[in-house]
Structures are given as C-alpha cells and as structure tokens.
Design a protein around this ligand. Sequence first.
Ligand code: ADP
Ligand code: MG
Length: 265
Amino acid sequence: MLGGARIITIANQKGGVGKTTTAINLATALAAIGERVLIIDLDPQGNASTGLGIDRKDRDLSSYDVLVGNVSVVEAAMKTAVPQLSVVASTMDLLGVEMEIAGAPDRALRLRKALHGPKSISGDYSYVLIDCPPSLNLLTVNAMAAADSVLVPLQCEFFALEGLSQLLETISEVQASINPDLEIQGIVLTMYDGRNNLANQVVEDVRLHMGEKVYQTVIPRNVRVSEAPSYGKPAILYDLKCSGSQAYLQLASEVIRRERQLRAA
Ligand code: ADP
Ligand code: MG
C-alpha cells in the first residue's frame, strides 16, 4: 500500500485472454464508483493506451520514460475521457527497454522505485492497474515487483489452466526475491459464452482448482466489448447497458469488497 493506493498487476503470459480489456474496463468501473485510478500500460503494443483514446502522436512521455528513469509516474500520467482515470501510455520504445536496462542491478525494480520512490504517486490515486505484455519478461516482473497483488484473467476455453502453473511459479519467485508482500488478487474468467457447454466445464474446472481465488463475476463474451476499443472508448462509456459493461461494474465492486477483506485480515 502506497499513500492509500492499491497497485494491481494484470498478468497472464498468454495473449488474447482479456488482460487489456479487463484493465480498461475495471479501471473505468472503479473510476465510475468514485475511485481515482491510474492505468500503467506496460505492453509495447499499447492497446490499453489506444483503447483509452490516447493518440500515438500524443504519447510524448510514456512508461518507457518511467522505466529508464527520465520522468516520474505523475509527470508521465495523461488524463483520459473518463473522469478520474489517467493513463501512463506505452510506445514501441518499450520493446528495447529490456536490453537497455539489462545490465542495471535494479532492472526488476524500476517501476517499484518509480511508484514508491521520492517522486511517488502518493495521494494521487486510490487504484493503480498495470497492464502487462503477454510474456513473463522483465516488464511483467517489474509490474509484479511494484504491485500489491496480481489479477489473472483466464479465458473460458479448453486450455484455460494451461500456463497458469508457470504464472504462479513466477509470482512465487517474485515473492521469494523482491516482493514478499505480493498477493494473488484473484482470477477472473473472461469471454464466457453460455451457449458453449465447454465454457461451463471450464468455469467449473477453474473453480475446482483455484477455489476462492476465482471471482464470482464472470465476464461474458460480448461484441460491444470488442467494438469499444476501435472508438477509443472503454466499453462502459461506449455502451453502459451491454452485458460486458455490467459485468465489469460488478467485478469492480467485488474487487473493492475483496480489497477491504484483505486489508482487514
Ligand atoms: P490481452 O490483453 O490478454 O491480449 P485483450 O483484452 O486485448 O487480451 O482481448 C483480446 C481480444 O478479445 C480483443 O480483440 C478484445 O476486444 C476481445 N475481447 C476481450 N474481452 C472480450 C469480451 N468480454 N467479449 C468479446 N470480446 C472480448
Ligand atoms: Mg493486452
């Protein structure tokens, strides 16, 4: 915990499981219910930045600059169309950052230092969500090192649990080395299609294996959710009433509830 901010890393080394969609819409939902939220886009593809309507030409300061130490998080944060939601955008420069900082002893701690250091975000935000690339690389490790917890989106498909053990292994390594307080915030099932029997089987399976860590809220597959980014808007702004937006609002209240339980424990 940092000046009241809860820092949640959204990670899964598989691509296309709903990390970015969850980052954008959970952040928007949290902002809508009164939280002050920052998204840090750590994926060189920059889908979270684009999905929040940040034009590539406007990304003068980005998460790259934060990691190499040019600027503070607060300086790099840009306002979005969502009140109370800011973003530290990403650019393709991030592709090279791993090489650039590989030799630095604090290479895994760059984001942690930026968030907790002298020019920290203290008091500016109540939630920080970090959107990770589809890899367990140095960027993801930086995100885990900086966070209070990890939120894992799993797509409701046959291989949902495949790769999860590797992800949990990485979390354990980060706990053992640089961030002993890192928790597993929860697992959120995404792109659920109730007409598909297999999807129901997957939900049951994941609940059986991961128990209470799995959120009650399941995010449905919803075409409005997939359309929204092309308008540079979170689904919640694009179509508040659609099933996907409603599910993300529900997820936000579950996250807050779980948060209070974790803090009270
Ligand atoms: P990741 O960040 O893990 O790579 P994304 O969030 O970018 O995954 O999602 C992958 C693709 O699936 C995107 O095209 C996105 O629009 C789509 N998608 C994500 N969640 C949903 C959903 N609930 N319903 C429909 N499409 C979705
Ligand atoms: Mg993504």
